[in-house]
Design a protein around this ligand. Structure first.
Ligand code: FES
Length: 122
């Protein structure tokens, strides 16, 4: 289990939900299941409207996670990640600050997920 805390100006207060790590559900699906108003459009990593900031809340090292080619391209085009940050993620497994909720698979770690509520804006 992992605690996922959503924080947004759209929410009266932060909302923490429990997610089953490794069940291949994306963070967007976890948000939808818990009625978190996280913006989305394509649900396929193309539009960038579901961009989120992810902060680890656990004292363990942040878990690495592959960025797909599609997610890299979308975050790069949206100006959310630089080529250097993508290189760090790919070569050194350093998790990037920004992700796409429709591509992010919940891992066994507690995270804070920030979003503005405006599509494509964190
Ligand atoms: Fe389009 Fe996630 S909903 S990139």
């Amino acid at each position: 289990m992992a605690n996922v805390t959503f924080s947004s100006p759209l929410l009266p207060k932060d909302v923490t939900v429990y997610a089953v790590a490794g069940d291949t559900h994306t963070l967007l699906k976890v948000a939808q299941k818990n009625k978190i108003p996280l913006p989305f459009e394509c649900e396929d990593g193309n539009c960038g409207s579901c961009v989120i900031e992810v902060v680890s809340l656990s004292d363990k090292p942040f878990m690495a996670q592959d960025l797909s080619e599609k997610e890299r391209a979308t975050l790069l085009a949206a100006g959310k990640l630089s080529k250097a940050e993508i290189e760090e993620a790919v070569v050194n497994d350093k998790p990037p600050r920004y992700r796409l909720a429709c591509q992010y698979i919940v891992r066994d770690e507690d995270v804070l997920v920030k979003f503005s509520g405006e599509p494509g804006v964190v």
